[in-house]
Design a protein around this ligand. Structure first.
Ligand code: ADP
Length: 544
């Protein structure tokens, strides 16, 4: 073996910001703030502010490897912390403010964060939690002196930043150094920390900027809807620096009207979010008379986190917006598969192209996928069978923070995702369920995702969830739970008739129920566990 003679420069997050500062200095970062107004920065001014906040953190005693936690929405200040904390060699620990307070307390204690940075709307939550946060020494409110909440010892971000000169060089260190930490809600037990590295983050950013990735480039104005506490906003803050894209950060306002306003006024071409967000966006368009759809410059949106319903893909297509359906998880940074079309699909009629788009896409370079049965035997990838999806790659976790939950991968490095999927002969992955949500009827599996996607295509249905309920003969049978669109009153019989043309007969739900609202997780997914609890005593009609 002979080593090559190329320079072994470490892949560091600071290099992304340096590049954006030098080559895309005038490109804007527009942010809705928690105080209300929009703030306009550029990659150049943001880089200076990031250096200043790094200086301030060092002055406050933050050392390489220390955890700096954030409880914050998507704002320019949060973005500055992304680069400052990781850039100086510390670990940015993003915490989801929508979690239950006890979970937030657990997570911040588990990471032993020394500093907690928070948005002003979280001040009450922080005040309540503070007595239990044993490791936190410094509180920083992400605001200026005028808006500083009344918390003992709390510092104002802008005051700290204003005291520094920005004369700071990002240190150079091993690219495998930890950069950020994100806890997953965890399918079982306590939340578990996924610890990303500089190397994994930079490699992952390159994929986002590929043509067959998310196609992110300096021509994009990105509306970053996916929260920066949800798997590093799917890696897009870093990738945007790498390619010099404009970033538009919606702050705490994620409702349809606010997103519409930002997207149209800032000329956004690209956006990302979970399906629920897009349902809200489309509902706003439907409910606003006289809205000028041509004002929207969006051309691509990434939908992930849960399955993108066909109805969203089609509606967006009608407006000239291509839905890039992507699959991933906290443990995969998150990009695992990305749903672009292949040249052979170009000639297909639209409905058949949409058939491809409803699948979750193909593995990107760097990500290896395989399907195994419950005994671990490897299954074929020809679309014929579904199995447990396993993944391996340089931005896939090798183990949880502080070894929580025991080993995360097998001896060959495969991580079991907990998702059940099929992979067709072109490599397109179709997630049929989370292993724990699969409905087992008469020894066969019914995909709750397929049923839900079919149900939301029915006019008058705003949202749908399918859960399996015990059945004396079939073991489990599906119950369809629907939320009506405002002013609509769909007839259950019509919904079932509609579904009967879209799914196998034996998949048809045994009953349909309506609720005002479905329970959602902190990341906007339907909370099946809670829904199953809600319908625990429900008795399905006996018509089999
Ligand atoms: P959690 O939801 O547990 O907090 P993640 O955000 O990491 O954690 O969620 C990852 C999970 O979300 C995946 O394992 C998968 O079940 C689901 N998921 C993500 N993207 C998709 C998609 N495009 N289609 C269906 N399910 C998806």
């Amino acid at each position: 073996m002979m080593f090559g003679l190329m320079q072994d420069r470490p892949l560091l997050i600071s290099s992304l910001l340096d590049h954006a500062e030098q080559y895309h200095s005038a490109t804007e970062i527009v942010s809705r703030t928690c105080e209300g107004p929009l703030v306009r920065e550029t990659w150049s001014s943001l880089a200076v502010r990031a250096r200043k906040i790094a200086q301030a953190l060092i002055r406050l005693g933050v050392k390489p490897g220390d955890r700096v936690a954030t409880l914050a929405w998507n704002t320019h200040r949060h973005l500055e912390l992304y680069f400052a904390v990781s850039g100086m060699g510390a670990v940015l620990h993003t915490v989801n403010p929508r979690l239950y307070p006890e979970q937030i307390g657990y997570i911040v204690n588990h990471s032993e964060a020394k500093v907690l940075c928070f948005d002003i709307p979280q001040a009450g939550l922080v005040a309540d939690l503070l007595p239990e946060l044993g490791h936190v020494q410094t509180l920083i409110a992400l605001t200026d002196a005028a808006h500083l909440p009344d918390l003992p010892g709390c510092l104002a971000y802008e005051t700290l930043l204003g005291a520094e000169d920005g004369a700071y060089d990002w240190p150079v260190f091993d690219e495998r150094t930890a950069s950020s930490l994100c806890y997953t809600s965890g399918t079982t037990g306590n939340p578990k920390g996924v610890l990303y590295s500089h190397r994994s983050t930079v490699l992952h950013s390159l994929i986002a900027c590929q043509s067959d990735g998310l196609q992110l480039s300096s021509r994009d104005s990105t509306l970053l809807v996916v929260p920066m506490f949800h798997v590093n906003a799917w890696g897009v803050p870093y990738a945007s620096a790498l390619c010099g894209a404009k970033l538009v950060l919606p702050g705490p306002k994620l409702d349809g009207a606010s997103l519409w306003d930002l997207a149209t006024t800032e000329g956004c071409t690209f956006s990302l979010g979970v399906p629920t967000v897009w349902l809200g966006f489309l509902a706003h368009m439907d409910q606003t008379p006289g809205l000028d759809a041509t004002a929207l410059k969006l051309r691509r949106i990434v939908v992930g986190g849960s399955a993108a319903p066909r109805a969203i893909i089609e509606r967006m297509r009608d407006m000239g917006i291509f839905v890039i359906h992507a699959w991933g998880m906290s443990e995969t940074s998150p990009l695992g598969t990305i749903g672009n079309l292949l040249p052979k699909h170009d000639a297909l009629p639209v409905s058949e192209q949409v058939d491809v788009q409803v699948k979750q896409g193909r593995a990107i370079w760097g990500v290896s996928l395989r399907l195994v049965d419950d005994d671990g035997a490897v299954l074929p990838q020809d679309g014929s069978v579904s199995g447990n999806l396993q993944v391996r790659g340089p931005w896939v976790t090798s183990g949880y923070y502080r070894a929580e939950g025991g080993p995360a991968v097998d001896a060959e490095g495969w991580f079991t995702t907990g998702d059940v999927a099929r992979i067709d002969s072109d490599g397109y992955v179709q997630i049929t369920d989370r292993a724990k949500d699969v409905i087992k009827s008469g020894g066969e599996w019914i995909s709750s995702i397929d049923l839900e996607n079919a149900a939301v295509a029915f006019p008058g249905v705003a949202e749908a969830a399918v859960i399996g309920l015990p059945h004396p003969k079939w073991q489990e049978r599906p119950l369809l739970v629907l939320v009506r669109k405002p002013g609509a009153d769909p007839d259950p019989a019509d919904v079932l008739e509609f579904l009967s043309h879209r799914v196998a007969k034996w998949w048809l739900p045994d009953a349909v129920e309506f609720v005002d609202e479905l329970p959602h997780t902190a990341t906007g997914k339907i909370q099946k566990t809670k829904l199953r609890d809600q319908f625990r005593d429900y008795v399905l009609p006996d018509h089999h």
